[in-house]
Design a protein around this ligand. Structure first.
Ligand code: 1HE
Length: 260
C-alpha cells in the first residue's frame, strides 16, 4: 500500500479478523485516488489467516465520498477511467476474499455510501446519515452506486436522494435497507466486530457461496437461478466440514436455533 490513509490490523487468536480503517479524518476520510487504490490493494493482498473483515472510518465520520479536490481538471476520458478504477477497487471488496462488515457513523455520503454498499453487511450507529450529494454537485455516482444502491433500497429511493438532496438519518437509512443493524452511538465498530467474528466461524464454503453465488443468482432469471442454486448447494454440502456440522447437530452436540 502506498498510503498511510488506510490501515489494516489483524484481530483474534488466529488473526482471522481484519480491521480496516479509513484514516484521513482531517478530510472526513474523503477518498482520493491513493485511498481507492489502497482499498483495492488491501483486499487483493488479504493475509490467508483472515476469514472476515470490518471497515470503518477514523474520526467523526465514516466517509465524505470522493475527494472533490481531485475532480476539477478531469476530462471525459479521464473521468471514464477514474470511474472504472473505483469499480475495480470496490469489486475487490464485494467479490473479494472475505465477507466485509461496514461499521458506519456520521457521514456516509457519495462515494462513502458506494463503498458501504459494496460491503456485505452494514451496521449503522445513530449518528449516521446517508446522502448522495452528487445530484447537487452537478455530477453522477461513479463508484458502482447506480448498480449497488438500488439493490439495497430500490431505484425510486436512490433517485429521490439524488434529485432532491434528501439526507436519510440513521433510522430512515436502516428502515430503507441501507443498514441491516442500527445500534447506539459509538457502538457500531463493536457490533461489526462481533458480527465478523460470528461470520468467521462459518464454514468457509458457506461464506464463499453467500459472497459469490447469492448475488449472481439474484441477477439471473428464476430458471437459471434455481439451477445455479442446485449446483452451489451440492458443492457446499459435499465439504467434510458441512457433514461434520450436521452430524454434530444430529448427535445433540451442535448449536440449536434460539429465539433472540
Ligand atoms: C473534503 C470532502 C470531500 C470534506 N472532498 N475534501 N462528497 C460530498 O459532497 C460531501 C462533502 N463534505 C461534506 O458535506 C462535509 O464535509 C461533511 C458532512 C462530510 C462533514 O462536515 P464537517 O463539518 O465535519 O467537515 P468540513 O468542515 O466540511 O470538512 C473538513 C475538511 O474536509 C475540509 O477541508 P479543510 O482543508 O477546509 O479543513 C473539507 O474541505 C474537507 N472535505 N469532504 C474533499 N468530499 C466515485 S464518484 C463519487 C462521487 C462523490 O462521492 S460526490 C460526493 C462528494
Amino acid at each position: 500500500m502506498q498510503t498511510n490513509d488506510l490501515t489494516i490490523e489483524l484481530r483474534g487468536d488466529q488473526q482471522q479478523i481484519a480491521l480496516i480503517t479509513l484514516n484521513r479524518p482531517s478530510k472526513r476520510n474523503a477518498l482520493n485516488d491513493g485511498l481507492v487504490l489502497a482499498i483495492r490493494d488491501v483486499f487483493q493482498g488479504m493475509p490467508h489467516s483472515v476469514r472476515a473483515a470490518v471497515i470503518h472510518g477514523h474520526g467523526e465520520h465514516f466517509c465524505a465520498g470522493l475527494d472533490l479536490s481531485e475532480l476539477s481538471e478531469r476530462d471525459a476520458a479521464a473521468g471514464l477511467h477514474h470511474s472504472r478504477m473505483w469499480h475495480h477497487a470496490l469489486d475487490q471488496v464485494e467479490r473479494g476474499p472475505v465477507p466485509v462488515v461496514a461499521a458506519l457513523h456520521g457521514a456516509v455520503v457519495g462515494g462513502g455510501l458506494e463503498l458501504a454498499s459494496a460491503c456485505h453487511l452494514r451496521v449503522a450507529d445513530t449518528s449516521s446519515f446517508f446522502a448522495l450529494p452528487e445530484g447537487s454537485r452537478g455530477i453522477f455516482v461513479g463508484g458502482g452506486g447506480s448498480v449497488r444502491i438500488p439493490r439495497l433500497i430500490g431505484t425510486a429511493r436512490m433517485a429521490d436522494m439524488m434529485f432532491t438532496g434528501r439526507v436519510l438519518n440513521a433510522e430512515e437509512g436502516e428502515r430503507a435497507g441501507l443498514a441491516q443493524y442500527l445500534v447506539p452511538q459509538g457502538t457500531a465498530l463493536d457490533k461489526a466486530l462481533e458480527l465478523a467474528t460470528r461470520i468467521a466461524s462459518n464454514a468457509p464454503l458457506t461464506n464463499y457461496a453467500l459472497m459469490q453465488a447469492l448475488p449472481r443468482i439474484a441477477d439471473q432469471t428464476a430458471d437459471h437461478g434455481f439451477f445455479t442454486e442446485a449446483l452451489i448447494s451440492a458443492i457446499v454440502q459435499d465439504a467434510p466440514e458441512a457433514k461434520a456440522r450436521v452430524r454434530e447437530f444430529l448427535e445433540g452436540r451442535g448449536p440449536k436455533v434460539k429465539k433472540q
